[in-house]
Structure formats: structure tokens, C-alpha cells
Design a binder for this molecule. Structure first.
Ligand code: ZN
Length: 515
């Protein structure tokens, strides 16, 4: 009986409050019919009326509770409802805009888990990437720019490029952000995890300068186009703790404070990734431990104690083990909480190490496209047996319950999630006939998740982005294909349009203007 009266009185209040609306707005009073009231009541509140209905598509949501849908109702940039046409249509009104997908596939906006966003934008201008279409040409241009042979540029080797860009003016860095955002949107990337202008040997001050000169400016002036999650040099952890205690993690819908990053070793290309066994082409060299371990441990401990997310660069198998040991010792000392410790790259893993990622609930933040270049160089530097045993073990990591987050490491490799998803599924390096370590190939859904929901989880943004679920931002990508089967086998689709918060931010059609 009680429940009945509560329901009845709630309904009466609702009907009365809705019925009073036309009276407040007398010009429109005679536009409202009894049928309107009934359907208004069915969607409960005015804030559940959609301003955009996306329909007639194959929407892959990255949300296991409803992996596929054909329609999505959106209001104020957020998703209200996902499902069938009639289910979502119920939230529309005559003024609701409709986006007909013509059967095309939609996926959640990609999250690139590892970029250097402003250096990327600066390099687009300085090295004049326009007209440079191949990786070889790109590396060649960079080599000429730094006048030194660099091998594959990964993080630590970026310092060879950096002396040529730190003097960029505030204006140049602001333009670089806009250029970088445009480029990302073109590739379907709506959120990036930015590791900034920070490499061993560079000033830890640079990412902080970019934060105040560029990101805060862009946010205040309405120039943010992609969401960014910012990581800062670990040695500056007290500064980040201080900032977070004043502003919280979420500065706006665009800017999120991530955590801190440090380096454990160098790169394979420069023979400085740290291994248990020496390099095959350099028998006395085991690689380089780029920090003093006690120092790294103390900084990590302090950062973790202060509640910051910690992320450490490790490429060689020995470096990965050192970091795994360190993370394990921190967890055993402190009470259990949701830390989401990250290892950036996790490229070469010793036998038995893979399982530890799952046991310790760690995030492997990996870059599939690096394997295209590394297949040859790892074979040369480590020998084929050793290289194949432990390189880019994506499938094994997933099987062992590790969290996999995909990224590019742009500008080391171009931002291009669709290409990189294809790489993770095919693993065929240039000029190769077959896959490198075929047992590690992923399926499309696993690869998509690593670029969406798992990537969001990996940077604590899964409440806001990463899947097309009610309550999250309506960040999504329209692909050029309507066939899920084609996508799952060939992955030859392109990005046709990118939407951020329900607004078109990129379209392949030149006549379609941004909203
Ligand atoms: Zn990097």
C-alpha cells in the first residue's frame, strides 16, 4: 500500500509540474497536447530529452553490458541512452537533431595512451611533415634535423631531437597544441594521455611551462578540442600534489591531471634498454639503468603515498622486472587500494614476467606500431629466439589478466589508432610475408578495447570516456565501412568523422563544417 501511494503521489507531482510549464510560457501553451504530457511523463524529466539522436548505424560501445546498438540519444554532450531506434527515439522531441549513419560503424573515440602532444605539434611544423608519407622518410628527416644517426627514437632518444625544440615560444607551443589536436581528431582520437616535453636529460620544468602557458590558455580561451590527461615528471611530484589539492583532478571537461612518470631504462634502438643478457650485437652491453634505483623507489613511494598514479618507462626485460619488483614492494607495504600502476612500453618481457602484470593488476601501456620497426632490429640486437620469446606479448598479457592500454608514442610513431589496431591483429612488419610471433595477434574487439575502455581505465578516466554508455561523454568515431566482418578481418576502414561531446570535430567531407 505504501509503495502504491508513493508512486501515485510522485506521478501526480510530476504531472502537475509538467502541466504547469506551458502556463509559465504562455505563447507555447496551446502547442502542448495531452499526448505530449504523456510522453513527457514517460521520459520523466526535461533533462532526459535528447538534443541529438544518432541512428541507423552499427554502434560498437566497448561496454560489455550492451556491446552493439543501432542508436544513441545524446544531450548536452553526454549519452542519455544507447540501444534500439524505438528505445532511444522515445527521448526525442520535434526539435531533436538526427544524425543518420547510413549503416556505418561507430566506435568510441580513441584514447591514445601515450603521446608527447606539444612536441608532436612542434615537429609537424619544424620538420615539415606535410608531404612526408612514409616512416622511412620521417626518420630520415628527423635524422637530418638532428645531424646524427639515431636509430629508432623512443623516449630517451627523443632528447636528440629536443635541443632543437625547447626554445619554442609560447605562441609556437600554443599553435603546436592546436595542430596536434587537429591531427589527432583526424585519426579519431578524442582523448590523449600526454607525457609532455619530458625525456631523460630534459628539464622537468618544460611540462609545467606547457601546462600554464599552453593548456590553461587553451582551456580558458575555448581552444581545447581533445581531452587530455597530463602526466608530469616524477621528480616534481610535490608540485602535482599541491596543484591537485587545490583544484582536484578534473580541471574542466578537457583537462585532467593524471600522475607522475619516471624512466627505468633507455631504448632498444640506442642499445640502452636494460636486459638480463647482453645485446647480441654488443656483447658487453646489457643496456642502461637511467636512474638510481633507491632514488626511484623513494620518489615512487612518496608519489604513491600522496595518492598520485605512477607510471614508469621500461623497455628491456630487466628494467621491467625491476619495476615489477618495486611496485610489488609498495603494495605489500601499504594498504590495498586502486592504484593502477602503469609500465610504459613493457616491450620485452622475461619468461614468467607476463603473469605478474595480471597478479599485480598492472597496466601495460604499449605501442603496437613500434613492433613494425622493432621486428628487424630486435632480431638483430637480441637474436631471433630471444626476441620472439618476449617481444610485444599483447595476447599473453591479456590472457594473464593484465590491463592493456594502446598508444602511439607520437611523434616517435604517427598517431593512427586504426593502423595500430591492424598492427596488433596482423603483426606483419614492412617487407615481411607473415606475422612476427603470430600467437600474440589480437582479435578486433580486444584491440578496440585497448584503445578505448581499457585505455580510459588505465588513466582513471573510465567514469567519463572510453565506452558509449549512458552518462559518459558522447565522444565517437564514424568509420567508412558498414561491415563488421570486413573490419574484423582487414581493418581497412578510415575515419569519416569524429565527434567530441556530441559535436562534430572532424569530417572527411570538406563541405561539412564543424559545429
Ligand atoms: Zn614516450
Amino acid at each position: 500500500m505504501n509503495a502504491f501511494w508513493v508512486t501515485l503521489s510522485a506521478s501526480v507531482i510530476l504531472i502537475l509540474s509538467i502541466a504547469s510549464l506551458p502556463l509559465l510560457n504562455n505563447n507555447n501553451a496551446n502547442h502542448f497536447t495531452f499526448a505530449d504530457l504523456l510522453s513527457w511523463r514517460s521520459c520523466s524529466f526535461l533533462n532526459e530529452v535528447a538534443d541529438l539522436l544518432v541512428t541507423n548505424g552499427t554502434i560498437y560501445t566497448s561496454d560489455d553490458t550492451l556491446p552493439f546498438a543501432d542508436s544513441m540519444a545524446i544531450r548536452n554532450g553526454r549519452i542519455l541512452r544507447v540501444g534500439s531506434y524505438s528505445f532511444t527515439k522515445a527521448l526525442t522531441r520535434p526539435w531533436t537533431k538526427e544524425l543518420n549513419l547510413d549503416g556505418k560503424i561507430v566506435v568510441p573515440g580513441f584514447i591514445d595512451s601515450h603521446v608527447h602532444f606539444i612536441p608532436g605539434g612542434l615537429q609537424m611544423a619544424r620538420v615539415e611533415l606535410r608531404g612526408v608519407n612514409t616512416k622511412d622518410l620521417f626518420v630520415d628527416k628527423i635524422r637530418k634535423a638532428v645531424a646524427k644517426p639515431t636509430g629508432l627514437l623512443i623516449d630517451s632518444a627523443m632528447k636528440l631531437v629536443l635541443p632543437h625544440i625547447p626554445d619554442a615560444s609560447v605562441d609556437e607551443r600554443r599553435e603546436a597544441l592546436l595542430r596536434a589536436s587537429d591531427h589527432a581528431l583526424k585519426r579519431g582520437v578524442t582523448t590523449v594521455v600526454d607525457f609532455g616535453r619530458y625525456f631523460p636529460g630534459s628539464l622537468p620544468e618544460y611540462p609545467w611551462q606547457d601546462f600554464s602557458d599552453v593548456y590553461k590558455w587553451a582551456d580558458l580561451s575555448g581552444n581545447m578540442m581533445t581531452r587530455v590527461c597530463l602526466f608530469f615528471p616524477m621528480e616534481t611530484w610535490p608540485r602535482l600534489v599541491d596543484l591537485m589539492s587545490k583544484s582536484g583532478r578534473v580541471l574542466s571537461q578537457w583537462i585532467y591531471l593524471g600522475g607522475v612518470k619516471a624512466f627505468a631504462d633507455g631504448s632498444l634502438g640506442s642499445n640502452s634498454a636494460l636486459f638480463h643478457e647482453p645485446y647480441a650485437d654488443d656483447p658487453n652491453n646489457y643496456g642502461l639503468q637511467v636512474v638510481d634505483l633507491d632514488g626511484l623507489y623513494n620518489m615512487t613511494l612518496s608519489s604513491d603515498k600522496s595518492g598520485l598514479q605512477v607510471s614508469i618507462h621500461a623497455i628491456g626485460d630487466r628494467a621491467n622486472e625491476l619495476v615489477l619488483d618495486m611496485y610489488a614492494s609498495l603494495v605489500s607495504e601499504k594498504r590495498n587500494r586502486d592504484r593502477r600502476f602503469r609500465i610504459e612500453h613493457a616491450q620485452h618481457l622475461a619468461p614468467g614476467t607476463v603473469a605478474r602484470f595480471g597478479e599485480q593488476s598492472l597496466i601495460a601501456s604499449v605501442q603496437p606500431d613500434h613492433l613494425l620497426d622493432d621486428a628487424d632490429s630486435a632480431t638483430k640486437k637480441l637474436g631471433s629466439e630471444r626476441a620472439e620469446r618476449g617481444a610485444y606479448l599483447f595476447k599473453s598479457l591479456l590472457t594473464n589478466n593484465a590491463q592493456l592500454a594502446f598508444g602511439s608514442d607520437w611523434p616517435v610513431v604517427d598517431i593512427n589508432p586504426l593502423k595500430s589496431i591492424r598492427t596488433s591483429m596482423k603483426r606483419i612488419p614492412p617487407h615481411w610475408e607473415k606475422a612476427w610471433i603470430p600467437s600474440e595477434c589480437l582479435c578486433l574487439k580486444d584491440a578496440l578495447k585497448a584503445y578505448t575502455i581499457s585505455a580510459a581505465h588505465a588513466c582513471f578516466l573510465d567514469k567519463y570516456v572510453g565506452s558509449l554508455s549512458p552518462g559518459k561523454y558522447a565522444d565517437f568515431v564514424v568509420l567508412s565501412t558498414s561491415s563488421w566482418e570486413d573490419l574484423a578481418t582487414e581493418v581497412s576502414a578510415d575515419v569519416e568523422a569524429t565527434y567530441v561531446g556530441g559535436s562534430m570535430a572532424y569530417s572527411i567531407k570538406p563541405d561539412v563544417k564543424r559545429e
